[in-house]
Design a protein around this ligand. Structure first.
Ligand code: DGL
Length: 259
């Protein structure tokens, strides 16, 4: 079992930002990544549909023998992880917007959160947000349209610039000093965001925390791969492989699979 792969899924290519952190921290682990790009974006779909898509991805990863599953998608985590944990025995790691560190460290007492509609409207997000942001002003912003542009490889397009400008304005006006990226696609926007934000604003995402949590859970369940040869990393997409291939490290390519 400890030799089995870690399964990771997202609505598309964004969760590779989480895979990169996991692979860096746990280089000997085998990983299988599913990019459900055919069904992206999940954000506007509603809880029932997002849960059904998550179940489909989990079933495939379990058929491939995964020992642990990382839901590398904030939208799927906040809408479906309770259902998944209830119906499957395998351990799940989810990803949620990093509100806690931002709320603890803000000096302007105002933080911004950029996430999908599905995440911002979920019960789980509100529970976490209420828990940590008691005296903090939280500017929530839906990143409508960002995921489809990233899925199309349009990170530097004028359309992206226009949307980001529109979404950042209310946050800048409110004087945020932390910007929480609440979607695993958005770390690919960090270079662009840095050119658009004043230097004193810190951008945070949850990638490193998810990787650390994955390591801790593997260790506590005695599921870590004890070998010291580099893990085999497999990527499946049901969309166009070219955009995924462009963001994968050299030597790794995605396989097309109908799921
Ligand atoms: N990467 C997903 C997330 O973290 C994107 C959701 C979507 O497909 O809208 O929320």
């Amino acid at each position: 079992m400890s030799n089995s792969p870690i399964g990771i899924f997202d609505s598309g290519i964004g969760g590779t930002s989480i895979w990169k952190e996991i692979h860096q921290l746990l280089p000997y682990e085998h990983t299988i990544y599913l990019a459900d790009s055919k069904n992206a974006p999940y954000g506007p779909k509603g809880k029932e549909k997002i849960t059904a898509l998550s179940v489909k991805n989990v079933e495939l990863l379990l058929n491939k023998g995964c020992k642990l599953i990382v839901v590398a998608c904030n939208t799927a985590t906040t809408n479906a992880i309770q259902h998944l944990r209830k119906h499957y025995q395998v351990p799940f790691i989810g990803i949620e917007p990093a509100i806690k560190p931002a709320a603890l460290q803000t000096k302007s007492n105002t933080i911004g959160i950029l996430a999908t509609k599905g995440t911002l409207s979920s019960e789980l997000f509100h529970k976490t947000s209420d828990l940590y942001t008691n005296n903090v002003n939280v500017i929530e912003q839906e990143g409508e349209g960002l995921v489809p542009l990233i899925e199309n490889g349009e990170i530097d397009s004028p359309e992206m610039e226009k949307l980001l400008h529109e979404y950042l304005q209310p946050m800048l006006k409110a004087n945020i000093d932390y910007l929480v990226l609440g979607c695993s696609h958005y770390p690919y926007l960090i270079p662009k965001l840095k050119t658009m934000l004043p230097e004193h604003i810190t951008i945070i995402d949850s990638g490193v925390a998810v990787a650390k949590q994955t390591k801790a859970v593997l260790e506590s369940l005695h599921l870590s791969n004890e070998t010291t040869t580099k893990g085999i990393c497999t990527f499946y997409t049901n969309g166009k492989p070219s955009v995924l291939n462009d963001i994968l490290p050299n030597g790794l390519t995605a396989e097309v699979l109908d799921f």
